[in-house]
Design a protein. Structure first.
Length: 201
């Protein structure tokens, strides 16, 4: 699942070409495979960026595994950066989906982790932004550090074990407390969650 106009095989081969070009270059540590995969307005979840569905046309996790394994085939030291999606099924949520920023929802990784041919190369990178960029429902007059912990731990913070977790892209957001959830089942090797904070002036 890449884009309607780009066949996945071409996308994987492009990543393989880049990995071959930069293999052994110490300034290139990895590859962020897809920027902010999401479900566009008016498009059904099943026809957009899904996670763990097994549909080779929409399952971002499968695309990450295919491209990640191709990259590791030519650069066995590369890190594979895997961003979340925007919507994830939840029967208890309004509309049947938990919805967050594009690339910010990694709930599916708990049950369906990205598994590569070589352990220790997956880097989950959640994109989350503060209210100066987009007014998510969790940014309001009642927002506290604890309320943000609850939201971010639900979507991606649980992936970190014993580390302070922040998103791969963020803006004007306070640091979160260490998440306490265990490593997702079936995931070999350590889970790395990109730490970074971008402040917009």
């Amino acid at each position: 699942m890449v884009h309607q106009r780009v066949p996945e095989l071409a996308w994987v081969n492009d990543w393989k070409t880049l990995a071959t070009r930069y293999a052994g270059n110490s300034t290139v540590i990895g590859f962020d495979l897809r920027n902010e995969p999401h479900t566009p307005t008016g498009v059904a979840y099943a026809n957009a960026a899904t996670w763990g569905t097994g549909d080779p046309n929409t399952d971002v996790r499968l695309a990450y595994q295919n491209a990640g394994n191709a990259i590791l085939g030519v650069d066995p030291n590369a890190l594979i950066f895997c961003e979340g999606i925007s919507n994830y099924p939840n029967a208890a949520a309004t509309g049947g989906f938990d919805t967050t920023w594009w690339g910010g929802n990694l709930e599916g990784a708990a049950q369906f982790p990205v598994v590569l041919s070589s352990a220790g190369h997956v880097v989950y990178s959640a994109h989350d932004y503060g209210p100066d960029l987009f007014q998510q429902t969790w940014f309001n007059s009642s927002t506290t550090a604890a309320s943000l912990d609850a939201v971010w731990n639900k979507y991606w913070g649980y992936l970190a074990t014993g580390n302070t977790a922040r998103s791969g892209s963020a803006s004007s957001a306070p640091a979160t407390a260490p998440p306490t959830s265990p490593t997702p089942p079936g995931l070999a090797g350590p889970v790395v969650l990109v730490a970074g904070l971008v402040h917009r002036d």
